[in-house]
Design a protein around this ligand. Structure first.
Ligand code: CTP
Length: 412
């Protein structure tokens, strides 16, 4: 759940059948703590009542610029000034056309024209209207003026046609809004590569060796970095978690696959966070066919060999300016064992956790991280994995920005 307290969001609702979905969006936005102001076109008010939005947002829903009970003359300017973000969802072909050409003949178009903040537009209409070159031109014009377009979803439309033009689900639109508002863009311009989840090492086509990693910690870190404006690549072992929005995901299965993806990403990476639980061993020669029980009770063994240590390789091939954070999971001597990995793998930081501590093990939604660098060790309290991701990212930023302040070109 995002915290957007202190942010003012104007939600513009124009007149399409999808207007009803805007109620769920307004409700979701209200839950983030944002100050949500809904402006509807007159046609939208035929599909859904302004009272619905007023109840959901606790703010007056403005419909008509010439509403007599309202200070319309100043209101569009004050809302335009107050808004941190304007979202038009659903945006009909008509509102897109008017906005693209600077027409301001109602409250919504007037606020949009007067506002300097970022604007998101979520087109929603019949496929033929969406694909009409006039609409395409208008959408491109909006892009040219800095509006961001949320791609329409495809599926069965209200008119019965099947195609593009559906309003995306409210949680999808919420991700676009959160990306704009949830964090300061402290990592903007930086490329962050995160590894997450377990790897699987085949014994035969049916069985494999793996571990209990859920990938939740790595996914939370990737999301935190994305929200802070980084360009994020997530190299993920097999997990059952929804992808992180606005993030390039590279799916892998084995430690060897993960190794090749890290090698591929490394030259373009500024910050590498290896939170994956990479398998340390793999069957030396996986069987091409399923290994049969063969009716025998005698013990049998699967010969194993070491996988490549990815971080060890990174330590020998790292480029100038790269920041590397490893993870360490231990069941004893947490700090001592993790510190020796920090040194042997030439890491800038290692985030360690003790499997035996309640709330820090596999598969739970919390973690207790000890953040270790050459000169420090800080034990963080029990936190959700999202909070732990934010705390870890804060500490990485502390070091990176301190470092940047001391680069030679900064010293005059
Ligand atoms: N790691 C890696 N390549 C491997 C194994 C681990 O890059 N083949 C990385 C992990 O992603 C993690 C760090 O190394 O960031 C430490 O992993 P961990 O399993 O805790 O330690 P190991 O180095 O494998 O040592 P041990 O298993 O003996 O604790």
């Amino acid at each position: 759940m995002y915290d957007l307290k202190g942010k003012c969001i104007v939600l513009g609702v124009s007149g399409g059948i999808a207007a009803y979905k805007a109620a769920a969006l307004a409700s979701a936005l209200n839950k983030t703590g944002a100050d949500v102001h809904v402006i509807m076109t007159e046609n939208a008010a035929r599909f859904i009542s302004p009272l619905t939005f007023e109840t959901l947002t606790s703010n007056r829903c403005v419909v008509d610029m010439f509403d007599r009970g309202y200070k319309y003359d100043v209101e569009h300017i004050s809302l335009a000034k107050a808004a941190d973000l304007i979202v038009i969802a659903p945006a009909t072909a008509n509102i897109i056309a008017k906005t693209a050409h600077g027409i301001a003949d109602d409250m919504l178009t007037s606020v949009v024209l007067a506002a300097k903040c970022k604007k998101l537009v979520s087109p929603s209409m019949n496929t033929a209207m969406l694909e009409n070159p006039v609409t395409i031109d208008n959408i491109n014009t909006l892009r040219k003026y800095g509006f961001e377009i949320i791609p329409s979803a495809a599926g069965r439309l209200a008119c019965g046609d099947i195609g593009s033009g559906k309003l995306p689900e409210p949680d999808v639109i919420l991700e676009y809004i959160a990306r704009e508002l949830a964090r300061e863009k402290t990592l903007s311009g930086l490329k962050v590569t995160v590894t997450a989840g377990p790897t699987q090492e085949a014994i035969d086509p049916v069985r494999f060796i793996t571990n209990h990693s859920s990938g939740k910690m790595g996914y939370a870190i990737a999301k935190e970095a994305m929200l802070r404006g980084a360009d994020v690549t997530l190299i993920s072992g097999p997990v059952s978690i929804d992808p992180v929005p606005f993030t390039e995901i590279r799916r892998v299965v084995t430690a060897a696959d993960m190794f090749s993806e890290v090698k591929r990403a490394l030259p373009h990476t500024d910050i590498l966070i290896m939170s994956a639980a990479v398998a340390d061993f793999r069957p030396s020669s996986p069987s091409a066919d399923k290994i049969k029980k063969s009716g025998s009770d005698s013990p049998f063994s699967v010969p194993l060999k070491h996988t490549d240590d990815i971080l060890k390789w990174v330590s020998e091939n790292r480029h100038e300016g790269l920041f590397v954070c490893g993870f360490s999971m231990e069941t004893r001597d947490l700090e001592e064992n993790s510190r020796s990995k920090l040194t042997s793998k030439k890491l800038d930081m290692i985030a360690a956790n003790d499997l035996r501590e309640e709330g820090a093990g596999f598969g739970v939604d919390t973690n207790i991280l000890t953040v270790i660098t050459k000169s420090s060790a800080e034990k963080l309290p029990l936190m959700s994995k999202e909070e732990a991701a934010a705390a870890l990212t804060d500490r990485i930023e502390d070091i990176i920005f301190q470092r940047q302040r001391h680069t030679p070109q900064d010293v005059v």
